[in-house]
Write a protein that binds this ligand. Structure first.
Ligand code: NAD
Length: 501
C-alpha cells in the first residue's frame, strides 16, 4: 500500500484542502512509488502564512544564541540520520549514495555554521561625527521567508536557505520541488524533533505554477529565495520587482573546464569525469563544456572517451554504480534532443549519445538512464555550447591558448563556475581575475563548493546575492541603524560639526 504524506501547516501534519495528490517515483525504477504527496492549493498556502505570522512573532523574539542551539540540535540529528536520509534521497532522486551522503553532509555543515552564527550576527558600532553621540547598526529579522527549491540537491539547497533564515529569526514556508518531496518531509521532521517551535516552519507541497507562484505573489511574504532554472527565476524576479520583495535567485549554469598544455592530464581527467558525469550532469555547477588547448586536444580526448566509456550506469543504491538515472522522462528527452541538435550543428558524438542498449539483467529498463556522452568538434556559439542541458553531456571545444579559452568561457549568458587545469601560476592568476563566474577552481573541477564560503553566480545565473558562508546572513536580516545622542542639545549632522576643511 502506497504511503500518503501530508503538508505541515499550523503546527500539524495535515491533508491538502484540495484532496488531491501526486505520486513520487524512483527515477531508477519507475514502478517503485515512494509515496503520494499533497497537490496543495492556494487555501493551504493561506493557512500556512497565517500560522507563520504567529511563528514569526514568537521566534523573532527568541535570542539568536538560543535559535543557534536549536540549529545545533538539527545538525546532530542529521548526523544520526545521515545514512537513512541518504538512502531515501537516492531512491527519490537517483544520484549515487556517496553523493546523497555528501548532500546530507552539506546540510550538517550548514547547520553547525548557522549554530555558531547565533553568537555573532555582528552589528557595528562606529564613531559619530558629533560629540556625546553613538552611532551603530544591528540586524533585525524580516518576517516570513518563502523558500522554493529544485530537485538536484534535495536536502542541501533547502538547508542553505532555511538555516540562515531561521537563525536570523524569520519564519519559513518551504515549497520543495515536486520530484523530491520525501526528502523535504524528512528534513522538516528533523527540525521539529530538534525543538523548533512548530509554527516557525511550514511545509507546503505542490506544483510550482500553483503553490510556488502563490507564495511569490503573496503580499505577506516579504522574502523569497529561489533556486532553479533561469526561466522560472526570471518570472519570479518580475513579480518580486513589482512587489518590492527581497529576492535571492540562484539559477542555471553552463560551466567550463579549461585544460592547458602544461596541465597534469591524469588529474584533469579525474576532474572532468567527476565534474561532467557526477549527479548525471544534473548540477548547476556541472562541467558541461571542456575547453582543451589544441596541443593536448587529441590526446586528452582519447583518454577521456576511454575512461568515460567505462563508467558504470545503474541505480544509485547499487554500490557499484558510478552514474545514476536522470530525474524523469522529460529530462531524458531534453538530453536526447540536444544530442540531435549537436549533430545537426556539425558536432560529432565521440561517446554515448543514446539510451543504454542491450542492458544485461534489465537493471536499466525501468529507469530514466542515458549514456555518458561526449560531443566533439563543438564550436563556440553552437546551441550545445551555449544552453544548459542538465544531463550527462559534455561539449568539447578546442582553443589555441589561455586567452581564447577565457574568451570562450565568458561568452555565454551564465556565470556560475569555471575551472582551469594548469601548472602556470601566472596563467592561473590571470584566469582567476578574468573569468566571469561567481566561482573559479584551479586544478579542481567546476563542482565542489564548501558550505562556509559564499556560493552563487554572475550574469543570468544570479541576481547578486550569495548563499552559504557569511554573506547569506545579510540577505535574511534587515540592517537597522541607530543614533543615540546623549549631549542634551540639538546637534545637526553635517552642520554642527567642529571642523570644516
Ligand atoms: P525549476 O525551475 O523547474 O523548479 C525549481 C522550483 O521552482 C521547483 O520547486 C518548482 O516547483 C518551482 N517553480 C516552478 N515554476 C514556478 C513558478 N512559476 N513560481 C514559483 N515557483 C515555481 O528547476 P529544477 O528543474 O527543479 O532544477 C534545475 C535548475 O535549477 C537548473 O537550471 C539548475 O541549474 C538550477 N540550479 C541552480 C543552482 C544554483 O545555485 N545556481 C543550484 C541547483 C540548481
Amino acid at each position: 500500500m502506497t504511503e500518503t504524506f501530508k503538508n505541515f501547516i499550523a503546527g500539524d501534519w495535515v491533508a491538502p484542502s484540495t484532496g488531491d495528490y501526486f505520486e513520487d517515483r524512483n527515477p531508477a525504477d519507475w514502478n517503485d512509488v515512494i509515496g503520494r504527496f499533497p497537490r496543495s492549493g492556494p487555501d493551504d498556502l493561506q493557512r500556512a502564512i497565517a500560522s507563520a505570522k504567529r511563528g514569526f512573532a514568537q521566534w523573532s523574539k527568541t535570542p539568536a544564541p538560543i535559535r543557534g542551539q536549536v540549529l545545533q540540535r538539527v545538525g546532530q540529528l542529521l548526523v544520526e540520520r545521515k545514512d537513512v536520509i541518504a538512502r531515501a534521497m537516492t531512491r527519490e532522486m537517483g544520484k549515487v549514495l556517496a553523493e546523497t551522503g555528501g548532500d546530507v553532509q552539506e546540510g550538517i555543515d550548514t547547520a553547525f555554521y548557522a549554530a555558531t552564527e547565533g553568537r555573532r550576527l555582528f552589528g557595528r558600532v562606529v564613531p559619530s561625527e558629533l560629540r556625546n553621540k553613538w552611532a551603530m547598526s544591528y540586524r533585525r529579522p524580516i518576517g516570513i521567508a518563502g523558500l522554493i527549491t529544485p530537485f538536484n540537491f534535495p536536502l542541501a539547497i533547502p538547508t542553505w536557505k532555511m538555516f540562515p533564515a531561521l537563525l536570523c529569526g524569520n519564519a519559513v514556508i518551504f515549497k520543495p520541488a515536486e520530484d523530491v518531496p520525501h526528502t523535504a518531509h524528512l528534513l522538516v521532521e528533523v527540525l521539529l524533533e530538534a525543538g523548533l517551535p512548530p509554527e516557525v516552519v511550514q511545509l507546503v507541497h505542490g506544483q510550482g505554477s500553483v503553490v510556488g507562484r502563490a507564495l511569490v505573489e503573496h503580499p505577506d511574504v516579504p522574502v523569497i529565495s529561489f533556486t532553479g532554472s533561469t526561466e522560472t527565476g526570471a518570472s519570479i524576479g518580475a513579480t518580486c520587482g513589482k512587489m518590492h520583495k527581497r529576492l535571492s535567485l540562484e539559477m542555471g549554469g553552463k560551466n567550463a573546464m579549461m585544460v592547458m598544455e602544461d596541465a597534469d592530464l591524469d588529474l584533469a581527467l579525474d576532474g572532468v569525469l567527476w565534474g561532467a558525469f557526477g549527479t548525471t550532469g544534473q548540477r548547476c555547477t556541472a562541467t558541461s563544456r571542456l575547453i582543451l588547448h589544441e596541443k593536448i586536444h587529441d590526446k586528452f580526448l582519447q583518454m577521456l572517451t576511454a575512461r568515460a566509456g567505462k563508467l558504470r550506469l545503474g541505480p544509485g543504491l547499487d554500490a557499484k554504480t558510478e552514474v545514476g538515472p536522470l530525474i524523469h522522462e522529460e529530462a531524458r528527452q531534453k538530453v536526447a534532443e540536444y544530442v540531435d541538435i549537436a549533430k545537426k550543428e556539425g558536432a560529432s558524438v565521440a561517446l554515448g549519445g543514446r539510451i543504454p542498449q542491450g542492458d544485461k539483467g534489465g537493471r536499466l529498463e525501468c529507469g530514466w538512464f542515458y549514456e555518458p556522452t561526449v560531443l566533439t568538434g563543438v564550436k563556440p556559439g553552437m546551441r550545445v555550447e551555449q544552453e544548459e542541458i542538465f544531463g550527462p553531456v559534455l561539449a568539447v571545444i578546442k582553443a589555441k591558448d589561455l586567452t581564447e579559452a577565457i574568451r570562450v568561457n565568458n561568452d555565454v549568458k551564465y556565470g556560475l563556475s569555471s575551472s582551469l587545469y594548469t601548472r602556470d601560476v601566472n596563467g592561473a592568476f590571470r584566469a582567476m581575475t578574468d573569468l566571469d563566474t561567481g566561482i573559479t577552481y584551479v586544478n579542481a573541477p567546476t563542482i565542489g563548493a564548501e558550505a562556509h564560503l559564499p556560493f552563487g553566480g554572475v550574469k543570468q545565473t544570479g541576481n547578486g546575492h550569495r548563499e552559504g558562508g557569511w554573506e547569506v546572513y545579510d540577505f535574511y536580516s534587515e540592517t537597522k541603524t541607530i543614533y543615540v545622542d546623549y549631549s542634551g542639545t540639538l546637534q545637526r549632522a553635517q552642520i554642527d560639526t567642529e571642523f570644516s576643511p
